[in-house]
Design a binder for this molecule. Structure first.
Ligand code: HAM
Length: 420
């Protein structure tokens, strides 16, 4: 029979990588809790309309990357390509948004985009996503960037660049868009990629952050978005950059940073690494004041970001395998059930314990103990079992000693804590 493989761009996660994912997620939970951010889980499948309206029908994500299919009643459903639209839908649907209240949510889980797979880019990938709803203050923008920075630092990421831009708002963006359209119409367009030729009329801002060299070259003399920001956008962005300038978080202003989703307004940012190849963005986000209303909710401002877990894992330092606390070896087959009994007692005291399910030579069992990275090996023999004692080997220094079964948990614990 031929083997069935996973789909292209759909990746299996197994140890040690799955351990790294779990540990990064645990750090996220821990850091976010310090900022009052709680978990919101939304469905992986939503009505297609939500993403078309939320992300924008001229974006690459909606135009060519969504996994959409009709359900049995013929309604178009989509595997979520990102979390923001679903989180906002949930907040609106369950009436969680109240005047003068700030909501902070994080969401972890798989997202789906039909993109060409390459290093750091998959069709099913995982995001760590945060949204803060209910405040237009520049303090939120800065506090969120601090939270992101703390999280990325705690998982051991260094050498990242925090890029910042302001995309203006519904009042001032049209002026910039018109200036950009004029500019693009007048330049020699032969170098533009096929996508950007389309974007020139549908979504000209996206031409600015196209990575194709011909398109990049054309942006050199292009109008600068922050020069076209209205007074209130300028005041907001100045307040953000002033505050960041007085902090230890170094940011780089990048007037070409546009982001691929249409909902952004004012502050936008991306965290970029130089060491993971072409897919260098490890996190991205920004303000989306107006989006909640556009999705049928109250006029509540919001800001958020998402990190790509695969990209974080590529950059995070390797973690040593913690190994098990105890491996129980036996001198004779009938003692395997005794091993099971002792394992249960120790696990009840929060030790991690392994023992063999089939009898093998003691030498082979000790090899397994080593492979499992055990701190202690217990060696059960018939005499000890009769006297309720256990021979123990401290695998760290090779010392061997005998303990009574009753004392096992406390004695092992005190050795692990560096005691006797
Ligand atoms: P995004 O920039 O589309 O933003 O994605 C955020 C991050 O997800 C990227 O920086 C990247 O690390 C990761 N990512 C995206 N696509 C892939 C892929 N195909 N394979 C691997 N990783 C990928 C958003 O999704 C916004 N919803 C973020 C946001 C939240 N803005 C406001 N709130």
């Amino acid at each position: 029979m031929t083997m069935i493989q996973s789909g292209k761009g759909f990746v299996d996660l197994f140890p040690p990588k799955s351990d790294l994912f779990t540990s990064i997620e645990a750090t996220a939970r821990d850091v976010f809790a310090g900022y009052g951010c709680r978990e919101l889980r939304t469905p992986i499948i939503e009505y297609t309309e939500l993403f078309v309206r939320g992300i924008g029908d001229e974006t690459d994500v909606v135009q060519k990357e969504m996994y959409s299919f009709p359900d049995r009643k013929g309604r178009s459903m989509t595997l979520r390509p990102e979390a923001t639209a679903g989180v906002l839908r949930a907040c609106i649907q369950h009436k969680l948004l109240r005047q003068d209240e700030v909501l902070k949510f994080f969401t972890l889980g798989p997202m789906f985009r039909y993109e060409r797979p390459q290093m750091g880019r998959q069709r099913q990938f995982h995001q760590i996503n945060v949204e803060i709803l209910g405040s237009a203050s520049h303090l939120v923008d800065v506090d969120m960037l601090f939270m992101l920075h703390r999280f990325l630092s705690e998982i051991g990421l260094t050498g990242l660049e925090y890029q910042l831009n302001s995309l203006g708002c519904a009042a001032c963006r049209p002026t910039f868009r018109a200036a950009l359209e004029d500019y693009l119409r007048d330049v020699d367009q032969t170098g533009l990629c096929e996508d950007c030729r389309r974007r020139m009329t549908t979504n000209p801002l996206r031409v600015l952050d196209c990575k194709v060299p011909g398109c990049k070259a054309l942006t050199t003399g292009a109008p600068v978005i922050t020069d076209h920001n209205c007074d209130s956008c300028r005041v907001h962005f100045d307040a953000v950059t002033d505050l960041l300038g007085r902090s230890r978080l170094q940011v780089t202003l990048n007037p070409l940073l546009v982001r691929g989703l249409d909902y952004y307004q004012r502050t936008t940012f991306e965290v970029v690494s130089t060491s993971i190849g072409a897919q260098s963005s490890v996190a991205g986000g920004g303000r989306y004041d107006g989006l909640v209303k556009q999705l049928g909710g109250p006029d509540v401002p919001g800001i958020g970001f998402a990190c790509g877990l695969e990209r974080l894992a590529m950059l995070a330092p390797e973690q040593p395998d913690p190994g098990v606390d105890v491996y129980i070896a036996v001198h004779a087959e009938p003692l395997l059930e005794k091993a099971l009994e002792i394992a249960q007692v120790l696990r009840g005291q929060r030790f991690s314990v392994e023992f063999p399910y089939a009898f093998r030579s003691l030498k082979s069992q000790m090899r397994s103990a080593n492979k499992a990275g055990a701190r202690f090996a217990l060696m059960l023999d018939p005499d000890g079992a009769a006297q309720c004692t256990v021979a123990v080997k401290d695998m760290r220094d090779g010392e061997q000693f005998v303990l009574s079964e009753a004392d096992l948990p406390s004695q092992l614990l005190s050795r692990m804590a560096g005691g006797a």
